[in-house]
Design a protein around this ligand. Structure first.
Ligand SMILES: Nc1ncnc2c1ncn2[C@@H]1O[C@H](COP(=O)(O)OP(=O)(O)OP(=O)(O)O)[C@@H](O)[C@H]1O
Length: 290
């Protein structure tokens, strides 16, 4: 179990990137949602022991992760946002190198590398230089390096960036295969990346945690607050100023808006079934998110 208690981070320029974030992570997939600049990478870097909180504590099975950093790192895998790969190395060489950095080696590492290449569907291309890999293949090799030590805690920072729609779908099913008894924390600003897979969602905005709950509870928070309303096209700007709008569809009769609002935005508005994206926008709306 990973516990964050009032975790805050202030960078040298004096800006608080994260403020008093408290949450508990248990086995399963937790999706960390938030717009750019919300503090997702800041939080993940601290969990990965790349940087330290300015205030607050992070404990793993009750022990502070900084006090027992080596023991913690041995059980943790991290995919940074910008995983640096060496373009001239092939997949096997890169994973051997990444394994050596984690203090792994010998026949056990070799076996693990082959298992991971199979699992991530990279076996066929294992001898190709990484420089020739597509975005999706590079992401899978990044995940493979994070899994080398078979971690109990897997931290994936924006793993779907740069993936095409097909690769995104594949990634989602891979994620489910990977979770099992692990704690998986995955950051994204795209709700559909985690909609079907996350057991828990945590929403960050401007450095604060707005919500941490399971998807069905998140949906309940926005139940009865999502509306459809048809407006003439020239009223769009006015509508945007007045309401939180989660999408527009062009119809013959005008524009159909999906509006998030506590009360009906208009007598002609009709209620809609909420989506997780509505819940995300509603949490940001209530939390003063941009
Ligand atoms: N090394 C740093 N020095 C100073 N400020 C930083 C540093 N890293 C991040 N920040 C600032 O902290 C805030 C949170 O950034 P962070 O990268 O954690 O957000 P994010 O949610 O991961 O967004 P993105 O998806 O764009 O990376 C931002 O305002 C950012 O400018």
């Amino acid at each position: 179990m990973l516990e964050l208690h009032n975790v805050s981070k202030r960078y040298k320029q004096g800006k608080w990137a994260l403020q008093k974030v408290s949450m508990t992570l248990r086995p399963g997939i937790t999706g960390l949602l938030g717009p750019n600049g919300a503090g997702k990478s800041t939080l993940m870097r601290m969990l990965a022991t790349i940087s330290r909180p300015t205030a607050g504590t992070i404990t793993w099975d009750g022990d502070s992760i900084s006090k027992r950093a080596d023991a913690f790192r041995a059980q943790m895998g991290y995919l940074p946002q910008d995983v640096g790969v060496y373009p001239q190395l092939n997949a096997v060489e890169f994973l051997q190198y990444a394994g050596a950095l984690k203090g792994l080696g010998g026949p056990k590492l070799k076996k693990r590398i082959l298992e991971l290449l199979e699992l991530l569907n990279l076996h066929e291309v294992r001898q190709r230089p990484l420089g020739s890999f597509s975005g999706g293949m590079r992401q899978r090799i990044g995940i493979a390096q994070a899994l080398l030590n078979d971690p109990r805690l897997l931290i994936l920072d924006e793993p779907t960036v740069g993936l095409d729609p097909e690769e995104r779908v594949r990634f989602r099913s891979l994620l489910t295969d990977l979770s099992g008894e692990r704690i998986v924390l995955l950051s994204t600003h795209i709700v559909s990346d985690i909609e079907a897979t996350a057991d828990q969602i945590a929403i960050l905005s401007k450095g604060s945690l707005l919500m941490k709950t399971d998807p069905s509870e998140a949906l309940r928070t926005v139940q009865g607050k999502v509306w459809s309303l048809l407006i003439p096209e020239h009223k769009l700007q006015e509508a945007r100023a007045a309401w939180t709008i989660n999408g527009t569809i062009r119809r013959m009769e005008g524009l159909e808006l999906r509006i998030i609002s506590e009360s009906p935005p208009d007598v002609l508005a009709s209620p809609l079934t909420p989506s997780l994206e509505d819940a995300y926008l509603y949490a940001r709306m209530c939390g003063g998110g941009e």
